[in-house]
Design a protein around this ligand. Structure first.
Ligand code: GLN
Length: 202
């Protein structure tokens, strides 16, 4: 079994845990450094990135998380989780920090208040041949991608909503809420490859 951690300070923790368990992973909550070091990969859920950031720092997890990301741990960030992974938040609130590691600029709440939630069928080549229904909730977008970042999905108007950089996968939407598990399956596939590679090195 792959052992997948879900960063469990705030947000859609339970929903991710349910999807990952249903897909056969062993799932644990991560709030402490020793929990982080026990997992093969980490999911950072959606929620509220400024609150999540505060809790991460209060619990002394900012440095352990940054180190884990730099060391190549596979991390899947959704919505607020994508914001946490971004090197730069263009509209961070005062004192809000991200973990960084994913070389992108993100904008929070990028869709304004009238359409703060919507669902759209997204092309995600590499993840699925068919469109994937995606639920956006006060979602961020990726405004700039840096070196080594591959765009996985864009809205029809070109706005970037899914990216990958090495072991880091970041998406603007909430794949844990609508029963479509393809993005989680894709991530678990990437984690399995990573675990195999790591074993081969030992
Ligand atoms: N708007 C939230 C933030 O800035 C993200 C919303 C979400 O995760 N659904 O963190």
């Amino acid at each position: 079994h792959l052992r997948i951690g879900v960063l469990a300070f705030q947000g859609d923790v339970r929903e991710h845990m349910q999807v990952l368990s249903a897909l056969g992973a062993q799932v644990v909550k991560v709030r402490r450094p020793e929990e982080l070091s026990s997992v093969d990969a980490l999911v950072i859920p959606g929620g509220e990135s400024s609150v999540m950031d505060k809790l991460v720092r209060q619990f002394g997890m900012q440095q352990p998380l940054r180190t884990a990301i730099a060391d190549g741990l596979p991390v899947f960030g959704t919505c607020a989780g994508l914001i946490m992974m971004a090197d730069n938040i263009v509209d961070a609130i005062i004192e809000q920090e991200s973990l960084g590691g994913l070389h992108v600029d993100v904008r929070r709440n990028a869709f304004g208040t009238q359409i703060d939630s919507f669902e759209v069928d997204l092309p995600m080549p590499g993840v699925s041949e068919d469109l994937i229904p995606a639920t956006f909730i006060r979602a961020p977008i990726v405004e700039r991608v840096g070196d080594g970042v591959r765009v996985i999905s864009q809205l029809q108007d070109g706005r970037i909503v899914a990216v990958e950089q090495g072991n880091l996968l970041g998406i603007s939407f909430h794949p844990e809420v609508n029963g479509d598990t393809r993005v989680h399956e894709y991530f678990l596939g990437r984690v399995a490859q990573y675990v195999e590679k790591k074993k081969a090195k030992i």
